[in-house]
Write a protein that binds this ligand. Structure first.
Ligand SMILES: NC(=O)C1=CN([C@@H]2O[C@H](COP(=O)(O)OP(=O)(O)OC[C@H]3O[C@@H](n4cnc5c(N)ncnc54)[C@H](OP(=O)(O)O)[C@@H]3O)[C@@H](O)[C@H]2O)[C@@H](O)CC1
Ligand SMILES: [K+]
Length: 503
């Protein structure tokens, strides 16, 4: 599935019309009929529906929806919230078809009038503003939105809740708080931001027959789904041996922090790694080894004085390395040597990100992929921006950072944004609030490490890893846990069920 900005959606639309030969009227007909079909399955004929239309093509969708609902015998009325002359083009065409049905159309100019009418309805279909909204919301639409939000009725938005911008980085001035949004063709960027996602309520995407070539014409971001994982997940070779499933290393764990490295190692093994070596300090080895007997161990020395050649040899045998879980924040020497002496993918997480920030000024050169996995706080630290700024612009800040430093960025959150050094982005929206706990990031690092060992395409490896992690939490909460009690160790055990659904 694609994720689009408003500009990309208009470009896709233009391509479908000009190159695909599908008229705009037909796209509008498809959009409206698809939404109406969903509405007839979700609501009953006892519920009275008020379709509120504005001046643009979003309003045009509203006329089509109303026509289909009326044809199916639903009790539906259209309220036009703009002057007649504002309705043009395809929207005017579909308004005409609605008028031909001889069902009611009321033109409303006053908010109070709207309030009085709405008392007689159960459901509001919001087709007032779509992705063409610009700037501060003007009167009287602004007051109409207030009336709708205060109505207490079920609010169903078409394409986007009216007033909400499609793109990130725009302050939300005034918007409808929908219970449900039927998104046309592809989710818009604001579906995935913390502050704006709340306006959508539940959402569902309507396929309106736009050819895939139209989407590819503007190279939009992707939302990673099970079918993408199925299509890209490496198949286990019948004759595989432990070497062919990859050799990886997790480096981390100060004396008082054995837990993180243990979680990463176990998650890497559960994800199908052939061999995992835990590189940690002497005090941790017996603790971790007692709970992770499948791993081998490497005594990590030289925290204060750089690598010994013994260490380098071990690192150079690896297919991928994860660094930083529980390692503490002092001394970037070890990370520098690791990055400079290896040619495999290196993933940097947790405290390791503080070491990496120290190295940013000295421009460590690598030919192999480097992956960083910050949460919003860590990303704020790396980019010298505030968390609030990041939450408003996570896509553009990640992209700019990944391109500038030529790294893969996994920005962890409710919706995890994965960015490649060339700017390509994938969103993983699997998971739940049960993951907002200590240790789940270490588990993700372990899973990603194994994925990096087994897939040539780093971006796909990372997207698959995020899918496994989030889906494990989803299955566990559906079946035997809750978001309250779910622990990082459960997420590791839950991976088994996710893998079974992929085979
Ligand atoms: N993508 C697709 O393939 C398909 C897309 N489709 C649909 O088209 C929608 C996009 O249509 P669109 O471009 O006409 O924009 P849309 O938001 O309906 O109206 C814009 C008008 O709103 C007004 N307005 C703007 N800002 C305002 C403000 N601050 N405060 C107040 N008013 C404001 C302004 O009108 P004005 O009052 O200035 O004349 C402007 O002209 C899209 O979301 C989807 O639903 C489907 O039909 C099928 C195929
Ligand atoms: K809308």
């Amino acid at each position: 599935m694609y994720i689009v900005t408003a500009e990309e959606m208009y470009e896709i639309d233009r391509y479908a019309i000009e190159k695909g030969g599908i008229e705009g009227k037909i796209l509008m007909e498809n959009a409206g009929s698809q939404v109406a079909q969903q509405l007839t399955q979700t609501f009953t004929k006892r519920e009275k529906m008020a379709v509120l239309v504005g001046s643009g093509n979003n309003g045009g969708d509203g006329f089509v929806i109303a026509r289909y609902l009326a044809e199916k015998g639903f009790d539906v009325t259209v309220f036009q919230l703009v002057a007649d002359e504002k309705i043009k083009g395809d929207a005017a065409f579909h308004k005409h078809l609605w008028l031909n049905t001889s069902h009611p159309l009321y033109q409303i100019t006053e908010p109070l009038e709207l309030k009085q009418h709405l008392c007689a309805y159960d459901i509001i279909i919001d087709a007032i503003l779509g992705i063409g909204v610009l700037g501060e919301i003007r009167e009287p639409i602004r007051s109409f939105i207030n009336v709708i939000n205060q109505s207490g009725l079920v609010k169903v938005a078409i394409d986007i809740p009216s007033g909400l911008p499609a793109n990130e980085g725009i302050h939300v001035d005034k918007a409808i708080k929908a219970d449900l949004t039927y998104i046309i063709d592809a989710p818009k960027t604001t579906v995935f931001l913390e502050d704006t996602s709340r306006y959508y309520g539940k959402w569902q995407v309507m396929n309106i027959g736009i050819p895939d070539a139209a989407h590819q014409s503007c190279n939009p971001n992707h939302l990673w789904r099970k079918k993408d994982v199925l299509a890209s997940f490496p198949k286990r070779d019948l004759y595989a041996h432990k070497g062919s499933n990859g050799k990886g290393m997790v480096i981390g764990g100060q004396a008082l922090m054995p837990g993180s490295i243990l979680l990463s190692a176990r998650a890497a093994l559960r994800s199908g790694a052939g061999l995992i070596t835990v590189a940690t300090v002497r005090e941790n080895i017996p603790i971790v080894a007692s709970q992770c007997v499948e791993a081998t161990y490497h005594l990590l020395e030289g925290f204060s004085g750089g690598f010994q050649s013994r260490n380098r040899e071990a690192f150079q045998q690896m297919d991928a390395i994860a660094f930083g879980m529980g390692i503490g924040r002092q001394n970037a020497t070890m990370l520098r040597e690791l990055l400079e002496s290896t040619t495999c993918p290196v993933l940097i997480d947790a405290d390791g990100l503080y070491h990496w920030k120290d190295l940013l000024r000295s421009q460590v050169k690598r030919d192999a992929p480097t992956v960083i996995t910050p949460h919003f706080g860590e990303m704020a630290m790396l980019t010298d921006r505030s968390v609030a700024e990041l939450k408003q612009n996570p896509f553009s800040i990640s992209r700019q950072f990944a391109q500038q430093h030529q790294v893969y960025v996994v920005l962890k959150g409710k919706n995890t944004i994965i960015t490649a050094p060339d700017g390509e982005q994938i969103v993983s929206d699997q998971g739940n609030a049960g993951l907002a706990k200590g240790g789940t990031g270490d588990v993700l690092s372990g899973i990603l490490l194994t994925m990096l060992m087994q897939h040539q395409n780093v971006l796909i490896a990372l997207a698959n890893g995020c899918y496994l992690h989030g889906t494990s939490a989803e299955y566990l909460v559906e079946e035997k846990h809750s978001e309250i009690d779910l622990l990082a160790t459960d997420v590791i055990e839950g991976l088994s069920q996710v893998f079974r659904t992929l085979s």
